[in-house]
Design a protein around this ligand. Structure first.
Ligand code: GAR
Length: 196
């Protein structure tokens, strides 16, 4: 698997993928890391590991991922030989044309047990709803918001006295195991379809 990572923030999920590769539990390589945020720590982490990085120019839009920027992103990912795009804390909705260039080849990690609590700050949504457990999901990205087919999920308990920060931290621990496992699952499925 040749991975391209899109992220807007800290990049702890990308780090977990790198750690799984280094430990030999995930047979993959990260070829390119792109961010829409020049200050995102994910870029620094990637550079530290000698991975090529780049900025996505969203033309000043705060939340939109304009079509021109998606075209440029697709071209860079293709030029790097990427065959699986991993969204890791990427806070813009990916739509056409990027989805057309990588059909069923873009996956996302989301901090809830989808279909519950799509959108932003899902740990906060779970606390507000008063549920006993939440979790995380790795899913294929489609045109909806956090709606594509689910690859793997992991539940996480909500404990008495949890704050948004403590709950998010517990979800992230689960994410760091789940994301590499989901990529391995996809790799195994692909090698069954294309042996050798
Ligand atoms: C993760 O918790 C991820 O689930 C969440 O952003 C965080 C990124 O952390 N993503 C979303 O909320 C997407 N809707 P990271 O940059 O340390 O990997």
């Amino acid at each position: 698997m040749i991975l391209g990572i899109l992220g807007s923030g800290s990049g702890s999920n990308m780090q977990a993928i790198l750690d799984a590769i280094a430990a030999g539990s995930l047979n993959a390589r990260i070829a390119l890391v792109l961010s829409d945020n020049p200050d995102a720590f994910i870029l620094e982490r990637a550079r530290h590991h000698g991975i090529t990085t780049g900025l996505i120019d969203c033309r000043g839009f705060k939340t939109r991922f304009p079509a021109e920027a998606q075209q440029e992103t697709a071209a860079r990912l293709q030029a790097a030989g990427v065959n699986l795009v991993c969204l890791a804390g990427f806070l813009r909705l990916v739509k056409h044309p990027l989805l057309d260039v990588f059909p069923n080849q873009i996956i996302n990690i989301h901090p809830s047990l989808l279909p519950a609590f799509p959108g932003l700050e899902s740990w906060q949504q779970a606390l507000a709803a008063g549920v006993a457990e939440t979790g995380c999901t790795v899913h294929v990205v489609d045109v909806g918001m956090d709606t594509g087919p689910i690859i793997l999920q992991q539940s996480v308990p909500i404990l008495p006295g949890d704050s948004p920060a403590s709950l998010h931290a517990r979800i992230q621990e689960a994410e760091h195991r789940l994301y590499p496992a989901a990529i391995s699952k996809l790799a195994a499925a692909r090698s069954e379809i294309e042996p050798g």
